[in-house]
Structure formats: C-alpha cells, structure tokens
Design a binder for this molecule. Structure first.
Ligand code: ADP
Ligand code: MG
Length: 247
C-alpha cells in the first residue's frame, strides 16, 4: 500500500523462518512519517516478530528494512544509533527494577545520546510530566501500578527522541482500570504526529487513532486498509473470523 507521506519505516520482501515455521512471509510495509499503523491478528501470526525485525532485535533472511531511507545496519555502533531512532514499548514494561523512575528515563540519554546528567534529568522530568508521573520520579518501578510503569516505559522511549515508536501489546498485561491511562498517552502521541506501529487488541484505539489497520495471519499481511473500511467490511475470511471473536 502506498502512502502520500514520506516513508519512515520501509519493509520490502522480508522473510524469516523459525526452523520450519515461515513466520514472516514476503512482508511489504511502508509507514509514513506521522502515520499510526495498528497491527492486529491472531496469536502466533507474527506480529511481535515483525516489530522485533523492524528494530533488528530479530534478524531476517531476505528483504530490505530501512528507517528514514537508511538500511538497518547489521551490527555495531551504526545499529545502536539507528535503533535509538525507533523506540520500543513492550507488554512487560522492561523497566530497570533497581533504578528510580527518573533514572529509568535518564540512563539511556546519558549513555546513548551522551547528554549531561542535568540535561537528561530535565528532559526526563518533562516527559514524566507529559505522561502524568512527575510526582513519582523518586519511586521504584515496583511501587507503581502496571499502568504507571507502562507510562514510564513510554517516557523512557520518548527520551531518546525517536523518529518512531513501536508498541507490542502495551496494554495486554494491565488491569482493565489502568488500560485507559496508557491508551490516553498513546492517543496524545498519535495526535501530536508521532509515527507509531502499534500491535494491540484495543479496537477502540485502532478506530480512533489508526491511519491504517494491518491484519496479519500466518506470517502474512492479509489486509492493509484504513480502519473505517477494515472494520466496516473486512475482505478476508480470516479477518472476519478474527473480528467476530474479539468484538
Ligand atoms: P504474535 O506476536 O502474532 O503472537 P509471534 O511473532 O510472537 O506472534 O510468533 C509467531 C510464531 O513464531 C509463533 O508460532 C511463535 O511460537 C514463533 N516464535 C516466536 N519467536 C520464536 C523463537 N524465538 N523461536 C522459535 N519460534 C518462535
Ligand atoms: Mg506477540
């Protein structure tokens, strides 16, 4: 599918196996600058692997992956630099348990972005404020609710000034009452023009914030369409089945 916006994330002809399992099959995907793409599909369809491949947390066997026109480097410093441009938010938060909330949002800034401690803390506090958590800067992750921890994880990703953010089921591990606070932050980012790839089962978010819905099944992109079209009339039997189960 083509997009009018300049491409920021591009995958072309991407393939990957886990042993016999062809987990990514001829994936073509272009995410334009400022675009929000929601990825949905049954468990095991390759959604997480797709996210991880974009960030090169997984290698792929064939195809091209580029970020802002530059191919993803194989390794080393160039890889670390390009990876910093694409933040990732996981289901399990992955915060540093023995560091304060503020440390969690400043450490990578000083290490990867080489900011001074003072600059990193200033930026970190701004971002904690943006996700509504400035008052908890001195706490430790275990003292926070799941929704608060996930908001810290989002602030931490933003602290690197990424060009895009990948979310892999960011609300799946949360209690229902804290899901909204995380989705609110994500909706705000979408409104502000952040480029986002979001794997989620939150169809309300998809309807309200996605520019496109990508439906995956068995390692393939089966549909890639605006949410209003997709939800009104999914073309594939796989998508109709899937929606019937989750809606
Ligand atoms: P989804 O996120 O859509 O649920 P995944 O990308 O996690 O799907 O996984 C797709 C398929 O690849 C699943 O069948 C899963 O069991 C398999 N898989 C994922 N990671 C690995 C791995 N590291 N080694 C072997 N198989 C894997
Ligand atoms: Mg997954």
């Amino acid at each position: 599918m083509t997009t009018a916006r300049p491409p920021l994330i591009e995958l072309a002809g991407v393939n990957k196996h886990f042993g016999e399992l062809h987990v990514l099959q001829d994936i073509d995907l272009v995410v334009g600058r400022g675009e929000v793409v929601v990825v949905i599909g049954p468990s095991g369809s390759g959604k997480s692997t797709l996210c991880r491949a974009i960030n090169r947390l997984e290698t792929v066997e064939s195809g091209r992956i580029s970020i802002d026109g530059r191919p993803m480097p194989q390794e080393g410093r160039a890889l670390a630099a390009l990876r910093a441009e694409v933040g990732m938010v996981f289901q399990s938060f992955n915060l540093f348990a023995h560091r304060t909330v503020l440390d969690n949002v400043t450490l990578a800034q000083t290490k990867v972005r080489r900011r001074s401690r003072a600059d990193a803390e200033r930026r970190g506090l701004d971002l904690l404020d943006r996700v509504g958590l400035a008052a908890l800067a001195d706490r430790y992750p275990a003292q926070l609710s799941g929704g608060q921890q996930q908001r810290v994880a989002i602030a931490r990703a933003l602290a690197m000034d990424p060009k895009a953010l990948l979310f892999d089921e960011p609300t799946s591990a949360l209690d229902p009452e804290t899901i909204t606070e995380v989705l609110d932050v994500m909706r705000g980012l979408a409104r502000d023009g952040m480029t986002m790839v979001v794997v989620t089962h939150e169809m309300g978010f998809a309807r309200a914030s996605a520019d496109r819905v990508v439906f995956m099944a068995d390692g393939r992109i089966v549909e890639d369409r605006p949410p209003e079209e997709f939800f009104a009339a999914p073309r594939s039997a796989r998508a109709r089945d899937f929606l019937a189960k989750i809606l």
